[in-house]
Design a protein. Structure first.
Length: 235
C-alpha cells in the first residue's frame, strides 16, 4: 500500500506546494533536498525555515511530517557549465534551452531519492516538475518522469510511483492550489519564506516574494501570482 511519500523539497514555491499536497494524501511524508553547488544556495536555508513552520504552525500536517534528508551532490556543479552553477548571464543556447538547464539534474535527484526511499520503506516519490509553465527542461517532462518511474522500479525491483501534481497546471494554478490546501496562511508562507530566484536575491521584496524580478524563475512566479490574484478577485 502506497501510504508513505518522499518529497523532493528545495524550499521553493513548487516543492512547498507539493509538500502540502503530499501531507494531505499520505500518512507519513519525508523530505529530501540536494546541495548541488547551486548559485541560489540561499534556498537551502529557506527550506529549513519552511519545514520548521510546517511542523509548528500547521498541526494538521506536522504530525505526518517525518525525517528530512539532505544530500551533498556538489559533484554536479563540477561537471556542469551552467548559469545555475556559475556566475554568468542567463541566455538561450543554440539548442533552444536556457543555460540554466543542468543536464541530468532531475534524473540524478529522482535516482538518489529512490535509493533513500528504498531504504526507508517508501514507495511514492513526489516532485514539482511541470511542463506547462517551465523553461523547456527535458527532465521536467511527463514522458521523462514516466520512463524514469519504470526504470527505477526495474533497477531496484521495487514498484515506485512518481507523483507530479503540478505537471499540467500553470503558476497561477499552483498559487491557487496552495490557497486551496492551506488558505491565505500557506500563500503568505510561500510569499515570505520560499525562494525561487535563480540569482539567490533575497534583498528585493515583491508582492509575490523575494527575488531579482528579472530572471525567468522570478518572471514566471510574478506572472502567476498576478493571474492568481486576478482570478481570486473575479470569484
Amino acid at each position: 500500500m502506497h501510504n508513505k511519500a518522499l518529497v523532493l523539497f528545495s524550499g521553493g514555491q513548487d516543492s512547498t506546494t507539493c509538500l502540502a499536497w503530499a501531507l494531505e494524501r499520505y500518512t507519513h511524508v519525508e523530505t529530501i533536498g540536494f546541495d548541488y553547488g547551486q548559485r541560489h544556495l540561499v534556498e537551502l536555508a529557506c527550506r529549513q525555515t519552511v519545514l520548521d513552520k510546517f511542523r509548528t504552525e500547521y498541526p494538521q500536517w506536522g504530525a505526518g511530517l517525518g525525517e528530512d534528508h539532505m544530500l551533498d551532490l556538489r559533484l554536479l556543479a563540477q561537471i556542469s557549465d551552467t548559469a545555475m552553477t556559475n556566475d554568468r548571464a542567463i541566455v538561450m543556447e543554440k539548442n533552444g534551452l536556457p543555460n540554466t538547464f543542468v543536464p541530468g539534474r532531475n534524473l540524478l535527484f529522482m535516482t538518489f531519492a529512490a535509493a533513500v526511499a528504498y531504504r526507508r520503506g517508501i514507495t511514492v516519490l513526489v516532485g514539482g516538475m511541470c511542463e506547462t509553465d517551465y523553461s523547456g527542461y527535458p527532465d521536467c517532462r511527463d514522458d521523462t518522469l514516466k520512463a524514469l518511474q519504470v526504470t527505477l522500479g526495474l533497477g531496484m525491483a521495487q514498484r515506485f510511483v512518481i507523483e507530479t501534481p503540478l505537471m499540467w497546471i500553470d503558476k497561477a494554478q499552483t498559487w491557487a492550489m496552495a490557497d486551496k490546501l492551506g488558505g491565505d496562511s500557506l500563500v503568505d508562507l510561500i510569499r515570505e519564506d520560499t525562494h525561487t530566484c535563480y540569482l539567490g536575491d533575497r534583498s528585493h521584496k515583491h508582492d509575490w516574494g523575494y527575488g531579482c524580478g528579472q530572471c525567468p524563475a522570478c518572471q514566471l512566479r510574478a506572472k502567476g501570482y498576478g493571474e492568481y490574484l486576478d482570478g481570486k478577485l473575479m470569484r
